[in-house]
Design a protein around this ligand. Structure first.
Ligand SMILES: C[S@@+](CC[C@H](N)C(=O)[O-])C[C@H]1O[C@@H](n2cnc3c(N)ncnc32)[C@H](O)[C@@H]1O
Length: 264
């Protein structure tokens, strides 16, 4: 495993980003999408590059048996701290594993999962193929693969909303750039990731957007109050609806693609 490049980002990502309205919207919207495709709990779920467990711990609380795999000791520490705050029975349903996603199959000793999640990871890798191949391998026959990553067709959105017009003009044909965490990232298209899934025997089923209006508001300089629970819930409901429909989902800076592995 390489150096822990996520050590310097663990606090920013796990504490700050997720404490925002955008963070809340992200977990809510993805959780609702997942529930449309996952079998009823208990079922085993593998979260590759699961970070501090923001997406998979709610699944453990809902009764799923979660294995969170991540190469970063700092992110796994965050996950451990957050795990301690869960009810004991949910804690017992979570296993943390340190490994690169590219070796996931080995790391889980060939175990197969009803769902394999990989959210916000592909964009930090130079090549998505080896990781997507592992995601597909780790899914059981009939299992779900869920990938969230940057949308290469919406790369002009952030610079345009930040009124960096020259950057926005250049961004239409560029798929790499500095993302919201201040790290170099790479975006993909739904079609490209769908093709990678198919190569791994997983048929794409449905794709969604993730954020739209909260993203636009934030980049335009509007501050949304994460403590106003009523407004946050109302915002999340609108974002969920937008995430499912054209043309809204097409403009989201990130997409969520769900596929299902064929019977073997
Ligand atoms: C933006 S965070 C996303 C965390 C989590 N999936 C979420 O949605 O909250 C990116 C995560 O990818 C992990 N990561 C980086 N390179 C990876 C790799 N090669 N395989 C698996 N995970 C990786 C990092 O350690 C970090 O925890």
């Amino acid at each position: 495993m390489s150096d822990d490049t996520w050590a310097g980002l663990a606090d920013l990502f796990a504490d700050k980003a997720y404490a925002s309205v955008k963070g809340h919207v992200r977990t809510y919207v993805l959780h609702q999408h997942l529930l449309e495709h996952l079998p009823k709990p208990p079922a085993p779920v593998l979260d590759v590059g699961g970070g501090a467990g923001h997406q998979s711990f709610p699944l453990a609380q809902a009764g799923y048996d979660v294995t969170l795999l991540d190469p970063s000791p700092a992110m796994l520490d965050k996950a451990r701290q957050r795990l301690e705050r869960l009810p004991t029975e949910a804690q017992r349903r979570v296993t943390l594993l340190q490994a690169d996603g590219e070796y996931a199959d080995n790391a889980v000793n060939g175990r197969r999962f009803a769902a394999v999640l990989c959210h916000g990871v592909l964009g930090y890798l130079e090549q998505p193929e080896p990781l997507v191949d592992q995601l597909c391998r780790c899914a059981a026959a009939g299992g779900v693969v869920s990938i969230m990553t940057g949308n290469a067709k919406a790369t002009a959105v952030q610079p345009a909303l930040e009124r960096r017009w020259e950057d926005a003009l250049a961004a239409f044909d560029v798929r790499t750039g500095i993302g919201v965490l201040g790290v170099q990232g790479r975006a993909d298209t739904v079609e490209e990731v769908s093709e990678l899934l198919r190569s791994g025997g997983v048929e794409p089923v449905r794709w969604y957007g993730v954020w739209l209006f909260v993203d636009w508001l934030e980049f335009s300089g509007v501050e949304l109050d994460p403590h106003d629970a009523k407004q946050v819930a109302a915002t999340a409901a609108v974002e969920l609806e937008a995430s499912r429909r054209d043309p809204y989902r097409q403009l989201s800076r990130v997409f969520h693609l769900v596929g299902r592995k064929g019977p073997k």
